[in-house]
Design a protein around this ligand. Sequence first.
Ligand code: NCD
Length: 302
Amino acid sequence: MGVRDLISIRDLGKKDIESFLSEASRMEKLLTKPKHLLSGKIIASMFFEASTRTNMSFQTAAKRLGGKLLTFYPSISSAAKGESLADTIRMMDGYVDAIVLRHPYEGAARFAADLAEHPVINAGDGGNQHPTQTLIDLYTIKKLKGKIQGLKVTLMGDLKHARAMRSLLYGLSMFGAEVALASPPSLAMDQDIISEVKSKFGAEPVQSQKAELKDCDVLYVCRIQKERFPDQYEAEKMQRDFRVDLELLSHADESMAILHPLPKVDEIPPEVDSDPRAKYFEQAKNGVPVRMAVLNKCINGR
Ligand code: NCD
């Protein structure tokens, strides 16, 4: 397959995604057996925005494959003196074999990939794309439900600003899931993304303000993306009004899976964590084999 950089879920066809998922499942079976697929390789971890799971699971994945990490800290690097992203990328590209980049600007990963000779993996560019999260989500759904086609999946939360939701709507539509979009109107998914999945995949996402959980197979929640709101007061107000609690979940099937890219803030209260339907920590754990597959494919072409 032709993947070298991984910038947007749009760059992948169904076959590419299936190949990532089957490679991830192979990696999961071998997780703790020493492997040397990245031995002699150095991977730069460049996070210009906060991260726990994406950064830590990429680092774990690289280490499990025998690779070495070079961590870039924006606040104590020359980025803090005003060095441009272009110069920083050109220079890092000369030191390492691959770059994992998270940046607040939409398009930053594509920009970096155009400059770098080595593979660039998008770990999130502003509110735009988060392709490796979508691979984890599809992997998790397939593992839990045995398929994606025909599943009823509700995406709920800040669909306007969350890159994980934008990428996921595309991935789910490609695989024929029936997607419902639940958000307050001011946080609705951009119409151009909805039009795109309609015209490309014949998807028909249903939009509503409240999640209808009857017969829902997967409820995928995300937090209010406070850092992308122009008005913090508005973000805090939205955050207070938005909760997936046990009362709401009492309307859902026993077999429904609750997923979340995490971090969760107030939208899922801690008592939901012990509900057997809550699968988000399992989902986060799947980040390691999926990112092992991503690193191996992007760096070694396998
Ligand atoms: C997400 C992100 O950074 O987009 N987190 C993640 O990578 N698991 C979701 C979020 O921050 O809400």
